[in-house]
Design a binder for this molecule. Sequence first.
Ligand SMILES: [Zn+2]
Length: 325
Amino acid sequence: MATTQNAYFRTELELRRERLRDAASVNPGDTSLKNLLASVDAALGRLQAGTFGICEQCHDTIEADRLLCNPLLRFCLDHLSSEEQRALEKDLVLAAGIQRALLPRADWAVDGWQACYHYQPANLVSGDYCDLIANEDGFLFLLGDVSGKGVAASMLMSHLHATFRTLAGQNLPLQKMVEHANRLFAESTAAGQYATMIVGSAKKDGKVSYVSAGHLPLFHISDSGVCAREATGVPFGMFCATDFPVCELTLELGDKLLLYTDGLTEIFNAAGEEFGIERVHSIAKRHGCTEPQTILNTCLAEIRNFSASAKQRDDLTLLVLHRSR
Ligand SMILES: [Zn+2]
């Protein structure tokens, strides 16, 4: 394991040891504190011996995201006791419920706009982020994809959700809000954890401004065709201080925006071929004039046909915003 990561775990464990010792000195009879203290000492011993993060059963590395959440782990996911497995499954089911509750309503609409989305984790919890926040003259739309998968990614997703929900109430200009959120996110996440994101603001008159932080192109679907809008900035959380250029566009009545995560484009078929952005573009061209839900359903049907029985490998989110006539 990298030296910087070991230093991080050492600091974290020493801090925990100090706190536990303080608590144990006040409650000397508490055996759970004593047991925890012994586990922390043992983890520090493994760091010293160079066996930290190695499964004691198979000697393979323990999943990094689990270790970040709990540095006391001694076994990889494949070698949990059945009691640990049941506890983990229960936790994950609860976490999935909490995450679902963070999503917008299925029939979401504000003055002159309607939205529909599809949110599908690869496993129980997702690292994709999707939110819609109504404000005085329209709404904010947010769609992102946190690096990695599973529990750690889902925690970062809920972190993004809380950050933007808090900042959205402050009526900041879009660029300021995004830069502020980026700084908060970058400062509170480990190196290598970031998110690609689209953060946009839509007004009742059809004016849309957005920032695309390293995210896949969004498609503007109108009567005159489909226009792909590329990313304009680096992913979120990569640098504490960075500019996020704001792009503008106007949606006429009937126009739509299609946003998605790489769970759509990075699906592979049996021949190892990737679904890719061009196929999404083609769906937008062929089905752009249909209802938002039909566009979503078509995307889902096409990836199902394309990948046949292959297991979904990545979290998948699709969002269609429609300026209704
Ligand atoms: Zn193992």
